[in-house]
Design a binder for this molecule. Structure first.
Ligand code: P6P
Length: 332
């Protein structure tokens, strides 16, 4: 008997999809499927905690610490970072986690042969939105460890974005969504809390060629380098543009990949490299947007080609529909 489409859809879980996507049941495909399932488990744990902010302890507010970025640490930043470490311990999949919340990578040497995966991570991005019940996200990128990194300096991570095997994010919004690419298209899954499963929502997402949304923090106008000011002055003179900015990268990015347009976090005169981090914020999103037919640049060069000098390197970000990104670049 033919299964009903809705039943078949409910059975299109993440693990089944990843194996289909890789058209293979090889050891590597099984590993990536297992790895994506651990990411999904982390997403469920974080989503559950966020949904009870204000009811259970340690979701809202600050720890009183500051992280390697000099930013005050939110309790959820620490919780989310611990969640990702916990779900990958004893997994045999990941040897290192490099995270915005940790100055140095976290090593998991036990039962983890050298040359396996590294997880690069922003465990909770946009955590300032938590206390006001607005969307936040987790961003991840997966690379293959190169060499044995005996001095634990992880210098093999200082390579361009083409070294990524997978990348994606979890958006904790009205629903919890997992959006990722394994290098063969961008696919989105929605968490069905009643099943505890991420169910396929959209496969092979394609960003519109151009869009009417431009998304950046115009409160920083006075700090921007001139080409960005010129671009914004130009947009202000055009009809049909809408400004949308939520202050959380994953939510602002998700709007762009879904509807088209452009998100910018430019450099400023004092900080030409901008605020966002390369290895676990801008470059994973660059991988996704290119897989969805879009573009990602620093304003001056293709973001996927940028080689970071250090683990927590930053980069300016111009990302979205090809036509919109090209327009921004034309002001440089
Ligand atoms: P601003 C959140 O702190 C974050 O890292 C990103 O999620 C977001 O895009 C950006 O910073 C917002 O920064 O300067 O506009 O508040």
């Amino acid at each position: 008997t033919a299964q009903s489409p809705s039943l078949d859809r409910d059975c299109t879980t993440l693990s089944r999809y990843v194996l289909q996507e890789l058209h293979s049941f090889s050891a590597e495909a099984q590993d990536l499927s297992a790895l994506m399932n651990r990411i999904a488990l982390a997403g469920k744990l974080i989503s559950r905690r966020l949904s009870r902010a204000g009811i259970v302890e340690d979701v809202l507010g600050f720890t009183g610490e500051t992280n390697v970025q000099g930013e005050s640490v939110k309790k959820m930043d620490v919780y989310a970072n611990d969640v990702f470490i916990s779900v990958f311990k004893q997994s045999g999949l990941v040897c290192r986690l490099a995270s915005e919340e940790m100055d140095k990578p976290y090593y998991i040497p036990e039962n983890c042969p050298i040359g396996r995966y590294t997880l690069l991570l922003d465990p909770i991005d946009g955590s300032s939105n938590i206390d006001t019940n607005l969307s936040v996200g987790s961003i991840f990128s997966i690379r293959q460890q190169e060499g044995d990194d005996v001095d634990q300096t992880a210098t093999d991570l200082l390579q361009n974005g083409h070294k990524q095997i997978a990348a994606g994010y979890i958006l904790y919004g009205a629903s919890t969504m997992l959006v990722f690419t394994l290098g063969n298209g961008v696919h989105s899954f929605t968490l069905d809390p009643s099943l505890g499963e991420f169910i396929l929502a959209e496969e092979n997402m394609q960003i519109p060629e151009s869009g009417s949304v431009y998304s950046l923090n115009e409160g920083n106008f006075w700090q921007w380098e001139e080409p960005i000011r010129e671009y914004v002055r130009y947009v202000h003179r055009q009809e049909g543009y809408s400004a949308r900015y939520g202050g959380a990268l994953v939510a602002d990015f998700h709007r762009i990949i879904q509807q088209g347009g452009v998100f910018l976090y430019p450099g400023t005169v004092n900080k030409p490299e901008g605020k966002l981090r390369l290895l676990y914020e801008t470059v994973p999103l660059a991988f996704l947007i290119e897989q969805a037919g879009g573009k990602a640049s620093t304003g001056r060069e293709r973001l996927m080609d940028v080689v970071p000098e250090k683990l927590h390197a930053r980069s300016p970000l111009v990302i979205g529909s090809p036509k919109n990104v090209e327009l921004v670049e034309s002001f440089y």
